[in-house]
Design a protein around this ligand. Structure first.
Ligand SMILES: C[C@H](O)CC(=O)C(=O)O
Ligand SMILES: [Mn+2]
Length: 346
């Protein structure tokens, strides 16, 4: 595969997807020092918000240590070259959140929906374009949709005004061929000037390989997180992806050694647990489950005595998607009742 000379934009997820394994408890100092490290390493775009995007602070998704306003207004003034993005899930984030983000200097807004529900993004994409923001549509759990279905959804987002559309492997379930067929189909269907992005999770240890497959299929924006800090087994590890791009001649503008140092010296020390492929995060990828369900399933394991792996397999079987966090506890409860009934009958 010859990708020599291809220019891509790497988009950092450490301070947004990385909020999931931190239970949204990053301090302002941690945010600021990591963002400054990423900026100095040459990362051009950095996402900052609650893990579930603007307005995510809630009983359902978890209360953060600080508000989105506090995080954004701490990070943005410190950036020398990097721009800052914010995620927004319609139904969680509102147009008022969008305006607040714009007023604080957010450059890019990413409007995220389940991969078959792009129609709910219209209001927010239209509003972001009116505000002249870099406007991205973000199709989550993309392994659940065929290439043809993704094409219709990506074209809807484009028709609302998105200047970039992402195919998002929220479950880290895809293999490189799954990425290739989806991204090639979407690339061929969108206008040439509409950018194409890929967001990977490393649950099957495919984050880097999938991201390279995405670039080969025509993606020019790739998400990654320093030391992989993100939901599940984490996002595509940025320092590894940058080193691979460097070897392949893909131009990212990110310094290989500086990004390694950010990962090693700033991000690994703040991890509450080591982000790696273990039996539970691997099960997310294997069973095709939304990566941010991991900690909810671990919590339900403690409460109901059902192993997180069993809960995750059942969530995959039921086809649960982002927004159905309340069903995790419900599923654990059902499994524990079934177990009790079997024990009683024996
Ligand atoms: C709200 C989710 O964490 C968005 C995301 O990063 C994904 O779907 O993956
Ligand atoms: Mn993610």
């Amino acid at each position: 595969m010859n990708l020599q000379g291809k220019k891509i934009t790497v988009h950092d997820m450490t301070l947004r997807d990385g909020m999931h394994p931190k239970r949204h408890q990053m301090t302002l100092e941690q945010m600021a020092s990591i963002a400054c490290g990423l900026d100095a390493a040459g990362v051009p775009l950095i996402e900052v918000t609650h893990g579930d995007g603007l307005g995510g602070s809630s009983v359902n998704y978890g209360f953060p240590a600080h508000s989105d306003e506090e995080y954004l207004s701490t990070v943005i003034p410190k950036m020398k070259q990097a721009k800052v993005s914010a995620l927004l899930l319609p139904g969680i984030g509102t147009v008022d959140h969008l305006k607040m983000a714009k007023d604080l200097g957010v450059h890019t807004i990413r409007v995220a929906t389940h991969c078959t529900e792009a129609d709910v993004s219209e209001q927010h994409i239209t509003a972001a374009r009116k505000l002249e923001m870099d406007t991205v549509g973000f199709l989550m759990m993309a392994h659940m949709a065929s290439p043809e279905k993704l094409v219709t959804q990506a074209k809807l987002m484009e028709s609302y005004g998105a200047n970039c559309v992402y195919v998002t492997d929220s479950a880290g379930h895809m293999l490189p061929d799954d990425v290739t067929v989806r991204l090639q189909a979407v690339r061929a269907a969108l206008k040439p000037e509409t950018e194409l992005g890929f967001h990977g999770h490393h649950n099957l240890a495919m984050g880097v390989a999938n991201s390279v497959a995405a670039v080969a299929a025509g993606a020019n924006r790739i998400d990654a997180a320093a030391a992989g800090l993100g939901a599940g087994a984490g996002n595509t590890p940025m320092e590894v992806f940058i080193a691979v791009c460097d070897r392949m001649g893909i131009q990212t503008g990110v310094d290989v050694f500086k990004i390694q140092d950010v990962a090693e010296d700033l991000v690994v020390p703040i991890m509450d647990h080591i982000i790696r492929v273990d039996r539970d995060s691997l099960t997310l990828g294997y069973a095709g489950v939304y990566s941010s369900f991991l900690l909810f399933a671990k919590r339900a394991e403690k409460k109901y005595g059902i192993p997180a792996r069993e809960i995750l397999v059942e969530l995959g079987r039921r086809g649960m998607v982002g927004g159905q966090e309340d069903m995790i506890e419900d599923t654990a409860l059902t499994l524990s009742k079934q177990r009790a009934a079997v024990a009683q009958a024996a």
